[in-house]
Ligand binder design. Structure first.
Ligand code: ADP
Length: 454
């Protein structure tokens, strides 16, 4: 593998380019017209406009044009990043048919994990606990009602193909069923092109814990421990911590083992994440993300394993132990605590509406134990409304959780961003809140804590 096309934009495109450069591989960037001044295109060795004439997001989803560019530039592999085509089995198949290495799992694995109903079945087969639910798609409102009368409220309806916290609704009592069901269906159809829904019990104040997996093509698999992604706003992650400070050693071991068991059972290849909701008594599988995740950074910081480089080398057929020189699981250690805050151009005072415009001033923090993954944040940069609002990922690592929090507070304070609104002050409220400091933040912490918004 010598040349990699990066089928993405923004911070993750730059993250992948950096990994390629360290591996001495050439890079090809693609960009939508609206991204013609975006930094990722200038960081790559070559860059080409993709999906000419299409809308901004659709340009990055133009599979045939991406494959055309890969072929014309002689790229032997495509890294899809996250979002866009990262979990699209049709794209993975097209890459395969064109003789291009898709840096990710197999088409079959994408098919299983792209559909949450199929994923739950696979998890159940591997002996993982799943949240009591409909065991398959529901066909009618009556089925949802029947589920609720058998299992009680609250329940949740979810889009089978859902992602990014969309296409799911909590139903607290019977009076809400009909409207929530219909809304979830139309939202699913609109966002994911398929209105298949399933239903499950809604867990009260769980923690979201996920396990980072790396697996090669030679049946070797390791986990890189867990991340606590409980700090969410409307089911979307805002702040992540690795490792979780709320798990004891025995529980951590059980969860990581369960994740490995599931991924082994499907002979998983490449990087992936197994997500769980954890209550006081048990832990339940929710989904697998068969790709690199936004928050992979903090697992890298506590294990010293470069996950993106690993993805590339795994796709090239390398062996986790012989070639990547990873320690075997028993010797794989983590150290310290890492935290990531997702700095977005959203206005906390205006219901987190994305803000756009020119960044007038930009000074970024630095210092010992700080990592910033961004790219398009600099004085003079123009934030457009076309893509997601992630500006820069601020990560810190320190010896203990409290030291990491103190460092993060200093890091957030050190940012000087003028010209666009950001969520920085909001995140400082979160990390300084006693519930967060006690390691007790659950997935409903932000939504149920109005003083964070002051
Ligand atoms: P997505 O694919 O959209 O990210 P997930 O299935 O990963 O959706 O769930 C995202 C978040 O939604 C979880 O981290 C959790 O906060 C919440 N959630 C999902 N299912 C449940 C449930 N059954 N009970 C309580 N919260 C849930």
């Amino acid at each position: 593998m010598e040349k990699i096309l990066i089928a993405n934009r923004g911070e993750i495109a730059i993250r992948i380019i950096r990994a390629c450069q360290e591996l001495k591989m050439k890079t090809v960037a693609i960009f939508a017209k609206e991204d013609e001044f975006s930094v990722h295109r200038f960081k790559a060795d070559e860059a080409y406009q993709v999906g000419t004439g299409k809308k901004p997001i659709e340009a990055y989803l133009d599979m045939d044009d991406i494959i055309r560019i890969a072929k014309e530039t002689g790229a032997d592999a495509i890294h899809p990043g996250y979002g866009f085509l990262a979990e699209n089995e049709i794209f993975a198949q097209k890459c395969f048919d064109a003789g291009i290495n898709f840096i990710g799992p197999t088409v079959k694995q994408l098919e299983i994990f792209g559909d949450k109903v199929k994923a739950k079945l696979a998890a159940k087969k591997a002996g993982l606990h799943i949240i009591p639910g409909s065991n398959g798609p529901v066909q009618s409102l009556e089925e949802v009602k029947a589920f609720a009368s058998k299992h009680g409220y609250p329940i949740m309806v979810k889009a089978a193909l859902g992602g990014g916290g969309r296409g799911m609704r909590i139903i607290e009592n019977e009076s809400e069923i009909e409207e929530s069901y219909n809304r979830a269906r139309s939202e699913a159809k609109q966002s994911f092109g398929d209105d298949e829904l399933y239903v499950e019990k809604y867990l009260k104040e769980p923690k979201h814990i996920e396990v980072q997996i790396l697996a090669d093509k030679h049946n070797n698999i390791v986990h890189l421990f867990e991340r606590d992604c409980s700090v969410q706003r409307r089911h979307q992650k805002v702040i992540e911590v690795a490792p979780s400070i709320s798990l004891d050693t025995a529980r951590r071991h059980e969860i990581c083992e369960a994740a490995v068991r599931l991924m082994k059972s499907v002979s998983y290849q490449n990087a992936g994440t197994v997500e769980f909701l954890v209550t006081d008594d048990d832990f339940y599988f929710i989904e697998v993300n068969p790709r690199v995740q936004v928050e992979h950074t903090i697992s890298e910081m506590i294990t010293d394993v470069d996950i993106v480089q690993s993805q590339i080398l795994i796709a090239a057929g390398k062996d986790l132990f012989k070639d990547l020189k990873l320690p075997h699981q028993a010797d794989l250690k983590h150290h310290g605590v890492a935290i990531q805050c997702r700095v977005t151009t959203e206005d906390p005072e205006n219901n987190f509406m994305p803000d756009t415009g020119k960044i007038e001033t930009y000074r970024s923090p630095g210092g010992f134990g700080v990592r910033l993954d961004g790219g398009n944040a600099y004085a003079g940069a123009v934030i457009t409304p076309y893509f997601d609002s992630l500006l820069v990922k601020a990560c810190v690592q320190a010896r203990s959780f409290i030291n990491a929090v103190l460092k993060m507070d200093r890091v957030l304070d050190e940012f000087r961003i003028r010209g666009v609104k950001t969520n920085i002050s909001f995140m400082r409220n979160v990390i300084n809140h006693p519930v967060f400091l006690a390691g007790k933040a659950s997935t409903t912490f932000i939504d149920n804590t109005p003083e964070l918004f002051n």
